[in-house]
Design a protein around this ligand. Structure first.
Ligand code: ARG
Length: 382
């Protein structure tokens, strides 16, 4: 099934709707003959130019969109995604409040639950609401390329735009929570302070350093428990839900090998290398590789110690192969993007490395909004 663009014709929406309704009925035991439902959808489309998914269709559509996410290694549990139906909400303040409630429910005291909240869809009358923030939880980045950035350099442009808009800024630590930016229907984007009780954070320590006083504790490193992508569009059967934030749980390498390690993020490898007493003067000492391993040990150890769900890349790779087998048994092809599936460290030590995948994009799907990157950086916010 092809992914439909926003603002399609009624005929195109009908084509996509028909395919989705058939898929829903094929995959949902007890859902009966699709013909009755198809006739109703057809009439509703002719009458209004759009149609409303039943709650069951919405749940299955959101889950299948996860199943179809070629870049995601964590899809084994696609069928247990919790779906929060908030399609009635169009205003930024109500949406922000529900995003924070999403975080509380998804965090679940540390037993992270994959969850999506679906807000109002596009209609022929009006585009739906939008979340500008890339994720529900983001750390500020202070400073620009002229000075050293404190915090997450990825979010420096958004931080700057928010400060210009009147946000008074955080305490100036490397891990200040940014407000959430939401654009309601018929409104301009607004920002909402993230309540501290909506965000669980894990202090990062090294297993060999705990109690041993090697200084990891004083470093003040931390990361948030829940990765919740907020600026992708959920497309189901020709209907677009432009605001539909979703989360899974973290795989350690996302934090230890990317967020804290990338040179244009927290860039911690040189500091970790020095802390470990490695020879950082030559690439050939493999100090970066050794620092990466220790940083990733620290991330996994810290989440375990805090009793917050996190996967390691070996386990998650094995689960992905189980997912492939299971889907194959059900007669479904699994698309995947090798460059995203293979973990950023120790790739060849995981089974997902040693094979190829077909990267076909099918619907239902989570798709990137055009211009999402610009909005996530707060461009045109003022
Ligand atoms: N890589 C992103 C991050 O580090 C999160 C992407 C989604 N990850 C997930 N485990 N569901 O924040």
């Amino acid at each position: 099934m092809e992914i439909l663009q926003r603002r399609s014709t009624t005929a195109q929406v009908w084509g996509a709707a028909e395919e989705f309704i058939r898929l829903f009925h094929r995959e949902t035991p007890g859902s009966g003959d699709p013909r009755t439902r198809l006739a109703a959808v057809r009439a509703e489309l002719a009458e209004s130019g759009t149609y409303r998914h039943t709650p069951q269709e919405l749940v299955h559509g959101a889950r299948v969109a996860w199943r179809n996410s070629n870049r995601c290694i964590g899809r084994l549990y696609w069928n247990s995604l919790r779906v929060r139906d908030r399609r009635g909400l169009t205003d930024s303040d109500a949406i922000a409040a529900e995003c924070f409630e999403h975080l509380r429910e998804a965090t679940n005291g540390g037993r992270v639950r994959p969850t999506i909240t679906v807000f109002a869809p596009d209609t022929p009358q009006s585009p739906g609401p939008l979340i500008w923030s890339e994720q529900l939880v983001r750390y500020a980045g202070y400073g620009d390329h002229h000075s050293v950035t404190v915090g997450d350099a990825r979010n420096a442009p958004l931080t700057e735009a928010l400060l210009r808009l009147g946000w008074s800024g955080g305490a100036g630590t490397p891990f200040d929570l940014l407000p959430l930016v939401v654009q309601g229907v018929d409104d301009k984007p607004r920002w909402f302070d993230t309540p501290a009780d909506a965000v669980l954070e894990v202090p990062i320590r090294h297993p060999d350093g705990d109690g041993g006083g090697d200084g990891w504790a004083d470093w003040g490193l931390r990361w948030h428990a829940v990765p919740a992508i907020a600026n992708m569009c959920l497309e189901i059967g020709g209907i677009h839900y432009p605001a539909a934030p979703f989360n899974g749980w973290y795989m350690g390498t996302e934090i230890g090998a990317r967020n804290l390690a990338d040179a244009d993020r927290y860039n911690l490898l040189p500091a970790v290398g020095r802390r470990l007493g490695l020879d950082t003067s030559s690439d050939r000492s493999l100090w970066k590789d050794r620092a990466l391993v220790e940083l990733n040990r620290a991330v996994l150890h810290s989440f375990d110690r805090a009793e917050v769900t996190i996967a390691d890349h070996h386990t998650e790779s094995r689960r992905f192969l189980t997912h492939l087998e299971r889907e194959e048994r059900r007669g479904r092809d699994v698309g995947a993007d090798w460059s995203w599936i293979v973990p950023p460290i120790s790739g060849s030590a995981t089974p997902v490395f040693h094979r190829t995948y077909e990267d076909r994009q099918v619907s239902p799907a989570y798709v990137h909004h055009p211009g999402a990157q610009d909005r996530a950086q707060g461009r045109d916010l003022v």
